[in-house]
Write a protein that binds this ligand. Structure first.
Ligand SMILES: Nc1nc2c(ncn2[C@@H]2O[C@H](COP(=O)(O)OP(=O)(O)OP(=O)(O)O)[C@@H](O)[C@H]2O)c(=O)[nH]1
Length: 966
């Protein structure tokens, strides 16, 4: 009886990939994957080969298990531990190499040359254990395994590796490789994970093919600000701290200079004041001016005038110290408003300008140094920006003004504006957006990795992909026992479906996708949610465009592909042709030595159904899909619809965790508390849905987008906030012109503003689309996008899920739009309004019918094409000028014919000199309809009398053809 390699490997307790290699070695060819079957002879051959080698399988497993708990220990440490008899090992001290191996972190072990040395091809499947059971050989350090850094000083115990030398590295190779690259990866991850984040974060080891956590895990994103380079960087004031102010003490130039030179660096303010007073005294001894004014004027001319004020100030300063200075400052300020202006006005103009310049320069020099590599949290005010960047707010405002933005210092700036300013001022600035609730909660949920101990096996999610009519739904019908294909409108699948099937107590979740080309989105979604892709290829048809697309989706999703070669019941089908095509697309069948399992099926006769299920369950077993049922659920919405009686129904596939009735869920822009869960196949209520379960969910406030991820949160308010933010974001995106969706109010506004119908040269086809499901809307969008024509502008004014309403009819009547209903009907009110308003509603239940109709609609709006039909040529023999009639050209028809109502091109000396309508054509003074070749006639042109002998008259007609889009 045939047995799969995978099953035999399990029996023999060896790795299935190793067994595939052994098969090839012993001459059992064409076994490319672990799923290939071996007949009795082949099994015998393999077993014989193994027995010749005498592989001690049980010990191998023991080695494998032993690797697990060792902290950071690779297989190396394990090998040494296992090698000797326990008693010997117990009694002997640890060798240096052993100690070293145990302490080596797992990652280092991976790099170790000793390990590399053990990774040799599977030549002799003898394990080190075999040696372990042999009598112990003389002591020697296991140099081949891990040479110690220094020779151990302690006397050595007998070394168990020695007699095993010829086979030891080869024997351990596959196990070790697996332990390092595959099985051991989780252990390595655990060590790192615990060290970093208590096992809560995903580790690098989980990336790639590890899907056991259910759902795609993203690595943590840590944004670290770069360390500023500038040595003169000022410390940033703490939040809430008042900005530093410059003391408004007007000190004399000398004092400032002295201070700058270093004398004053450590002096107290009182000391500085005292110095100032002293210097003023000295000044007053010399002349009559001092104090603050001296620092402004600096000339002797004004001293006399200002002397009194200065004396008064000095007096006050002397008396009151700092307090006196304050009052003096108040006086000065008072003086500035009036008196000082007077004084200043009397200064020379040049001095005044100099002073101003000095002040400006001083302002610049004392500004905080420009910062580099600033990290700024957005949105922020201009004040915060300038503080963070170390430039004046005035400069920022000026820059903004230069860019046409008039703002004040408290105005908030967004990321784009901040980037503009930074670019304009040549600042290196790192912008950090404020974290949203979305980032705080959803990202955290997505990034949460499950502990290995929490993971349990889960059923595989299997998606049927393939070209239209290749039999996906029929196969699924057969497997589930439903008759879905019979009820499909137009005989094609237009919705994504997901069902759970129980096969002898083992469950599989099946997802059926449409094959029609319009449903690319759905296929991609199906492929992304799946663990295994079943590529359905009709044997009589072979690989078709959507099969190719499905292959790409499955490859992009990185999932195993199983091919169902369907319709094998059709007489004369040759499975070699599609299989050859498969190889051309990089899928080599396992029976041809590749790794893609091909199952020949017939949904009509039931051929290969058990084999298909068996194959899927085996692939699932090989991949060990796992999830943690004891966490809040997360997964994907495959489809959603609005039902009149039940409200929103969303079809979810739980990827991890368990979804329960009462859970708060957020999914795209929708949120709500789960009111009911029902089985997608039977419609029976469910209390909860565990990992890999497809389930219909009610309770959401609006239909989520197909493909939106769902998450369970603790708090309904948070869910609402996240959903509202998403909706707001998507609306602003819509308004920014990314989609053509226009709300009724918005459209009315556009109409009032005269913004609609501007491009008069393009015919417009306004559409309002209503469909039963979001996925249908996507498909319709895709179809519409195909009809892009320079002369017809298709505008989708409204597109949504649900029946046709009064609002749609009103909008359609106001905008001269056609309403397209896909699998929906108008409600009563809308129906009664349709005739009054003369609105056109077109209803469809099959996508291609709608496509054809749309095409016709568009063709009806295309200007007919004009084509020139050449009729004939005539040569002018003689020209007659007849009074009250005009010039008549007596002509000979040399080619074709000249017809009434045609146009004539007049050619002279090889050049066309005019193009005129034929006025009349006569023969023997009688008007005729047509003059054929070889006959003479009189031709009169409308609006042209300058016909000359030998002119060539070319007759032609313009015909209009209705154009098609093909
Ligand atoms: N002879 C034969 N006909 C089959 C087989 N499987 C499906 N069909 C027929 O092929 C047609 C299409 O089958 P579907 O199951 O609807 O194909 P599909 O791939 O699901 O099509 P879409 O969902 O529209 O992409 C139906 O008429 C089926 O009866 C088969 O194994 N043998």
């Amino acid at each position: 009886m045939a047995v799969r390699i995978y099953a035999l490997a399990k029996d023999l307790k060896i790795d299935s990939k190793e067994l595939v290699q052994i098969c090839n070695k012993v001459g059992v060819t064409g076994k490319g994957s672990a799923l290939a079957s071996l007949d009795d002879d082949e099994v015998e051959k393999v077993k014989k080969h193994l027995s010749q080698l005498g592989a001690p399988k049980v010990e191998k497993v023991a080695i494998k298990e032993d690797v697990r708990p060792v902290r950071g220990a690779g297989p190396l440490g394990t090998a040494i531990k296992k090698a000797g008899p326990p008693a010997v090992l117990k009694s002997r001290p640890k060798s240096a190499s052993e100690v070293e191996v145990e302490d080596t972190p797992a990652s280092d072990v991976k790099e170790s040359p000793a390990i590399a040395a053990t990774q040799v091809p599977v030549e002799a499947p003898k394990a080190s254990v075999e040696v372990a059971e042999e009598p112990v050989a003389p002591v020697k350090p296991a140099a081949a395994v891990s040479p110690p850094a220094e020779p151990p000083a302690a006397p050595r115990e007998p070394v168990v590796m020695e007699p095993n030398k010829p086979v030891q590295p080869a024997a351990n190779a596959p196990l070790r490789r697996e332990a390092i690259l595959g099985g051991a990866s989780s252990r390595i991850r655990d060590i790192g994970g615990r060290g970093r984040s208590g096992g809560n974060r995903p580790s690098g080891g989980s990336e790639g093919g590890d899907r056991s956590g259910g759902g795609k895990k993203r690595g943590p994103v840590i944004n670290l600000a770069a360390v500023p380079k500038s040595p003169t960087r000022q410390p940033r004031p703490a939040a809430g701290e008042a900005p530093a102010q410059k003391p408004e003490i007007r000190l004399s130039k000398d004092v400032i200079q002295g201070h700058k030179q270093g004398q004053g660096m450590k002096a107290s303010l009182e000391k500085l004041v005292q110095d100032d007073v002293d210097s003023k005294k000295a000044d007053s001894g010399k002349g009559k001016v001092g104090g603050a004014l001296s620092s402004f004027t600096g000339t002797g001319n004004e001293r006399g005038r200002a002397g009194k004020a200065a004396d008064l100030e000095e007096e006050r300063t002397k008396k009151k110290g700092i307090a006196g200075m304050a009052s003096a400052r108040a006086d000065r300020n008072k003086g500035r408003r009036g008196g000082r202006r007077d004084i200043e006005r009397s200064f020379s103009h040049g001095d005044d300008r100099r002073r101003r310049r000095t002040i400006t320069r001083t302002g610049k020099n004392t500004a905080a140094p420009r910062k580099e590599n600033v990290v700024l949290e957005l949105p922020c005010s201009i004040r915060s920006f300038s503080e963070a960047a170390g430039i004046s707010a005035a400069q920022v405002l000026k820059t903004l003004m230069g860019m046409g933005m008039m703002m004040n210092i408290n105005a908030q700036i967004d990321q784009g504006t901040a980037e503009l300013i930074a670019a304009e001022l040549d600042l290196e600035i790192s912008l950090k957006s404020q974290t949203s609730l979305e980032e705080d909660l959803i990202d955290q949920i997505e990034e949460r990795a499950d502990e290995e101990a929490d993971l349990v096996p889960r059923q595989p999610i299997v998606t049927f992909l393939g070209h239209v009519d290749h039999g996906k739904t029929s196969l699924l019908d057969y497997l589930i026992g439903t008759r879905i294909v019979k009820g499909e409108a137009g005989g094609i699948t237009q919705h994504i479906r997901a069902y759970e099937v129980d096969k002898d107590g083992r469950k599989i979740t099946f997802v059926d996708t449409p094959g029609h080309e319009a449903f690319t989105e759905m296929r991609a979604r199906g492929a992304n949610v799946t663990d295994i892709a079943v590529l359905v290829i009709a044997a009589d048809d072979g690989i078709m465009p959507q099969t190719e697309e499905a292959i790409s989706h499955a490859k992009a999703a990185g999932v195993p592909i199983v091919v169902a070669l369907n319709k094998m019941d059709i007489p004369g089908v040759d499975s070699n042709r599609p299989m050859t095509q498969m190889t051309e697309h990089g899928l080599t069948p396992s029976e041809w030595g590749g790794d893609v399992e091909v199952v020949r099926t017939s949904a009509t006769t039931g051929l290969g159904m058990d084999e298909l299920l068996d194959t899927l369950l085996t692939v699932s077993e090989l991949n060990e899909y796992k999830a943690n049922p004891n966490r809040d659920a997360l997964g994907v919405c495959l489809e959603s619809e609005q039902q009149a009686d039940r409200g929103v129904i969303a079809k979810f596939v739980v990827q991890n965790g368990t979804l329960k009735v009462g859970d708060v869920v957020v999914c795209g822009p929708a949120h709500g508390r789960v009111k009911a869960l029902t089985d997608t196949l039977t419609g029976e209520p469910m209390r909860e849905a565990g990992p890999s379960t497809p389930v219909n969910v009610t309770g959401l406030d609006q239909p989520p987008g197909a493909g939106d991820r769902f998450h369970v949160l603790d708090n309904i308010a948070e869910a609402r906030e996240i959903a509202e933010t998403r909706e707001f974001d998507s609306k602003s995106q819509n308004l920014s012109g990314i989609t053509t969706k226009v709300s009724f109010e918005h459209f009315q506004q556009l109409l009032q503003d005269g913004k609609l119908g501007k491009s008069e040269d393009r015919a417009k086809l306004n559409l309002i689309i209503r469909a039963d499901m979001k996925g249908s809307l996507e498909a319709i969008d895709k179809e519409i996008a195909k009809f892009d024509h320079p002369e017809v502008e298709i505008r989708v004014l409204q597109r949504s899920v649900g029946g046709i309403t009064v609002a749609d009819v009103t909008l359609a009547s106001a905008s001269d739009a056609v309403i397209l209903g896909f699998n929906v009907i108008p409600d009563e009110a809308a129906r009664s309004m349709v005739d009054d308003r003369k609105v056109e509603i077109r209803r469809y239940d099959v996508i291609y019918k709608m496509t054809d109709d749309l095409k016709a609609m568009i063709e009806g709006r295309l200007k007919p094409e004009e084509r020139v039909v050449e009729l004939g040529r005539a040569v002018v023999k003689q020209v007659f000028s007849i009074s009250r009639v005009g010039v008549v050209a007596g002509s000979y028809v040399a080619q074709g014919s000249i017809e009434r109502g045609c146009r004539i091109r007049v050619n002279r000396d090889g050049r066309t000199i005019g193009d005129y309508p034929l006025d009349s054509i006569r023969r023997h003074k009688e008007d005729v309809k047509e003059v054929p070749r070889g006959m003479e006639c009189g031709i009169r042109l409308s609006g042209f009398n300058d016909i000359k002998q030998d002119d060539v008259l070319e007759a032609y007609r313009i015909e209009e053809f209705a154009r098609t889009l093909d």
